[in-house]
Design a binder for this molecule. Structure first.
Ligand code: ZN
Length: 346
């Protein structure tokens, strides 16, 4: 069952009475079921969301329909706050929880199979979009209330079964929300909950500039470009930086972002007494820098003596940097060379 949702404009919603706050998909952890409470005047058709809207704006003074979605007895789903706006359906849970009304009330009518199947499909879609298994709740799990009534609450407790309805393979994919989901999760134009996670982690690592919208569950060019930029920043190239996340990319993305680079440590000037054969405290620093930059080994290091092994290492540095060298074998580090060596050693 695919989830089609009648948009606010399609059912004739009034303009927002104020500005509902935005909520990111990553903030969502729960899915709340509500009933109408009273006896609904309309249990299907666009009159249903309009009735709720009138109650919520005129009666409660809210911005509009307080639920994220409203489901009619014919199985039609109407957009309220939708996927991205904060609801007004259960105090304390309006950010973490999606709120969904099913149009049955105290008249004793049962939710239809179509309404339950639509609610279940919407739940699976919510899990797919958020990349996690949302907790199934009734309104009374968040607040002392009769809502959603005994029948719907029992249905929630039973795990929201829907006759003849099978969860889409990607919905209950069994993906744990953390592990690398496999390369097949990342195909252009294909959806997988891990793609939402990928986008969120790329943004956390500073690659948000690639996203005009989203991130979402469908792997698109923005995901691929952001992934490739991240891969190149790891020093990778070729197939390792193709924009498709592999296990190592995934691991690094899920790790905490590196702190912004510390301000460059100031370089230290070379003491003029540091010369081949001399003894000076700074020779130890010179040796450490030579080894760290890859000009080791220096047998006997670290000492204060600028001995022959240290001289050889300096000569190796000069071979690599002939512009700093006075000849084919130059064992004497100079002031410029010492600065350059500090840069090379990081
Ligand atoms: Zn409720």
């Amino acid at each position: 069952m695919s989830v089609s949702i009648v948009s606010r404009s399609a059912w004739g919603a009034r303009p927002w009475n104020g500005t509902p706050a935005s909520v990111s998909l990553s903030s969502r952890t729960e899915f709340f079921i509500h009933w109408y409470g009273g006896i609904p005047a309309h249990s299907s058709g666009t009159a249903l969301p309009r009735d709720v809207e009138r109650l919520h704006i005129n009666g409660n003074g809210w911005a509009g329909v307080g639920y994220n979605f409203i489901i009619g007895q014919d199985g039609t789903i109407y957009e309220g706050r939708g996927w991205g706006l904060q609801g007004a359906h259960c105090p304390g849970f309006n950010i973490s929880g999606f709120g969904v009304l099913i149009a049955v009330g105290k008249g004793g009518e049962k939710a239809s199979d179509k309404a339950l199947a639509a609610a279940r499909a919407l739940y699976d879609e919510a899990c797919r979009r958020t990349g996690r298994t949302l907790a199934k709740k009734g309104h009374s799990d968040g607040l002392a209330t009769e809502c959603p009534g005994p029948d719907l609450l029992a249905w929630v407790r039973a795990g929201m079964p829907a006759a003849g309805y099978e969860a889409p393979p990607s919905g209950g994919s069994g993906w744990d929300g953390v592990s690398f989901p496999g390369a097949s999760a990342f195909q252009l134009g294909k959806s997988h909950p891990a793609v939402t996670k990928l986008g969120e982690r790329l943004i956390a690592h500073g690659y948000g500039r690639f996203y005009k919208v989203g991130p979402g569950p469908t792997f698109g060019q923005a995901d691929k470009d952001a992934t490739q930029a991240f891969q190149k920043a790891q020093g990778w190239s070729g197939a390792d930086a193709d924009g498709y996340p592999g296990a190592e990319t995934w691991k690094r993305l899920l790790a905490a972002p590196k702190q912004a680079a510390a301000p460059k440590s100031t370089t230290v000037a070379l003491n003029s007494a540091v010369k081949p054969g001399a003894t000076h405290a700074q020779v130890k620093d010179l040796q450490r820098l030579l080894v760290k930059a890859g000009y080791g080994p220096i047998p006997g290091a670290y000492t204060t003596l600028y001995g022959t092994e240290t001289q050889k290492a300096v000569a190796r540095f000069h071979n690599k940097n002939p512009h700093l060298s006075s000849g084919s074998y130059d064992p004497a580090i100079g002031p410029k060379g010492f600065i350059e060596l500090q840069k090379e050693a990081g």
